[in-house]
Design a protein around this ligand. Structure first.
Ligand code: ZN
Length: 156
């Protein structure tokens, strides 16, 4: 129904453009909206909060500080590890790997520098420390099914 608002347990379709402070567009999806379950933590907190209460067809600029997005940049999250830890795998700057700490959680990290003997890796999210500037347009809202709410995601 057209009087639907973005709120918890709604399935929301949204088109967005994402810019950095510099104005550089790093992501956009015109004509190909993401469809997500609102209130289930699928999007970064600041973006969900900013879209709360919007209606279909409405557009809005939402500025999200790092603490509501991918966190502050942490110098301690940059570490040097032996090249041998990667075995014979080819490694290049910018590649993404997952560290398995044996507790069932794997943590992504990125290759920052590759040396002969050692590799500098970065556990920060690539957008850590960045203020994100979204322009969003709500293109669809519907009630989530009981099963979707139970699962915490959208069934298409
Ligand atoms: Zn499911």
């Amino acid at each position: 129904m057209s009087d639907q608002k973005v709120e918890k347990n709604k399935v929301v379709s949204v088109e967005y453009t994402l810019r950095l402070d510099s104005g550089e567009v790093i992501d956009e999806n015109p004509g190909d909206p993401i469809v997500y379950l609102h209130g289930a933590g699928q999007l970064i907190p600041g973006l969900e909060k900013g879209m709360e209460g919007m209606s279909i067809g409405e557009e809005k600029d939402i500025v999200v500080p790092p603490t509501e997005a991918y966190g502050e940049f942490d110098e301690n999250a940059i570490q040097e590890i032996p090249r041998s830890a990667f075995g014979d795998n080819p490694i290049e700057v910018g590649m993404k790997f997952y560290a398995d700490f044996g507790d069932g959680n794997s943590v992504p990290f990125y290759i920052k520098e590759v040396g002969e003997e050692s590799v500098v890796v970065d556990f920060n999210h690539p957008l850590a420390g960045q203020t994100l500037h979204f322009h969003v347009k709500i293109v669809g809202i519907r009630d989530a099914t009981a099963e979707e709410i139970d699962h915490g995601h959208v069934h298409q």
